[in-house]
Design a protein around this ligand. Structure first.
Ligand code: G
Ligand code: MN
Length: 396
């Protein structure tokens, strides 16, 4: 059985590499492009088992002309094309050519079709030492963000969860530090894919969700390929870049007293490129860095996510209230939107709404949930809002 739609492609790819017997030859060193048929079940239905196998072979033959060591992993409906380089620029170039070569019309059993393939760039994990990432399933969970004025869900933050076959769900704090740079980048790509797929499904259901947010680490943010990979993925999902919010931790900004390093400049340049394409930038954990003002200047975000340390007990604690008011006033003067994170109680929610915070996220609204649960959640929420008189505090 294969079930490979664009959803969760990466977790399946990871599993693929656990089964040593699937690999016909010991894999050579370096990187490989992994091509996977986007909707194998549909194609199997159309072509039948035999026709589907013939289609895979034809795709493979086409790939061989560009990548002579290409392997066909028939059972998974996937191709592995080793490439003799570690240079990711050349790899992306190669990926484009490979896709152009294989995504040409094919006629099988009288049916002409153009196969849709998903391509991944991967390091080859050594089969003797399976990494933690290769053992875990990666699920993306979603936490809603609501608008304080009307209560509607405006977006979701995509948060990865890691399911180990024996140990159950692993905490991000346990899992993330064990990933190497390449794995971290692949994880983000997987989060982006699942987040994009979710957004398309909310769109199809008419839920009016504006954005989905993803978190990029400092390591990923310096990668000069990040904007291309991100925008390429959004394009492939047929989503405008403005539907994506990139969350950057405030602590990633350089201290205001020191000149920015080459790495700081690289991060700022990547964010400028993403923003120029339409992506939105959130400053995450706002208020916890060395220089909150410096971070605003350095990253030019559109929204501040006020750290939960300021939010806890804000309905009762006057010092918290002064801090939040100061942040709201700052945001107002700079034309930035504010989102309070870690809102855990109805009283905190009421206070934040009254003082004019724009959006909220936290356990008081909902905990992060698997995609399947977002639909009943949105239905419940719509029922709740339909039952309330609409009160608009602001006009803009
Ligand atoms: O800082 P960032 O936005 O990336 O935080 C997301 C994390 O915060 C998630 O792991 C999520 O589970 C957690 N989280 C979300 N809402 C709350 C909340 O109301 N209280 C606490 N303590 N944690 C929360
Ligand atoms: Mn975040």
């Amino acid at each position: 059985m294969v079930g490979m739609t664009g959803f969760s492609a990466w977790s399946r790819v990871s599993r693929l590499f656990q089964r040593k017997t699937d690999l016909p030859e010991p894999p050579p060193e370096g990187q490989a492009l992994h091509l996977q048929v986007a909707s194998p079940e549909f194609l199997r239905d159309c072509l039948g088992e035999e026709g589907y196998d013939r289609m895979l072979r034809r795709i493979w033959e086409r790939a061989l002309s560009l990548s002579p060591k290409a392997e066909l992993l028939t059972a998974q409906g996937a191709l592995l094309c080793p490439i003799p380089t570690k240079d990711s620029h050349e790899a992306r170039h190669m990926a484009k050519h490979l896709l152009a070569r294989v995504q040409q019309p094919l006629t099988i059993a009288g049916i002409t079709l153009t196969p849709d393939l998903v391509v991944d760039l991967m390091d080859r994990p050594s089969p003797e030492h399976p990494t933690l990432m290769s053992q875990c399933d990666i699920e993306v969970w979603f936490q809603p963000q609501i608008d304080c004025d009307c209560g509607a869900v405006t977006g979701f933050e995509a948060l990865p969860r890691f399911r180990h076959p024996e140990q159950g769900y692993l905490l991000p704090g346990v899992f993330l530090p064990q990933l190497n740079g390449a794995e971290r980048a692949r994880l983000s790509l997987e989060v982006l894919r699942q987040a994009g797929a979710a957004l398309r499904q909310w769109d199809a259901g008419g839920w009016g969700i504006d954005t989905v947010s993803v978190n990029f680490s400092e390591q990923e943010l310096v990668d000069p390929n990040l904007p291309d990979l991100t925008l390429w993925e959004m394009d492939r999902l047929d989503l405008h870049p403005s539907r994506l919010v990139v969350e950057v931790l405030e602590t990633v900004a350089p201290p205001a007293t020191e000149p920015p390093t080459a790495q700081d400049e690289a991060i700022a340049a990547n964010l400028r490129r993403l923003a120029a394409a339409g992506c939105r930038i959130d400053l995450d954990d706002f208020g916890t860095g060395f220089s909150s003002l410096g971070a605003i200047r350095h990253f030019a975000p559109q929204r501040l996510k006020i750290d939960r340390r300021f939010i806890t007990d804000c309905d009762k604690d006057i010092r918290q209230q002064h801090m939040i008011l100061a942040i709201l006033s700052l945001a107002d003067h700079l034309g930035l939107t504010t989102l309070a994170e870690g809102v855990e109680t109805a009283d905190e929610q009421a206070f934040l709404t009254q003082i004019g915070c724009h959006q909220l996220q936290g356990y008081a609204i909902a905990r992060p949930m698997p995609f399947a649960q977002t639909i009943p959640f949105l239905q419940e929420r719509r029922k709740l809002l339909d039952g309330l008189p609409q009160l608009f505090r602001r006009t803009g």
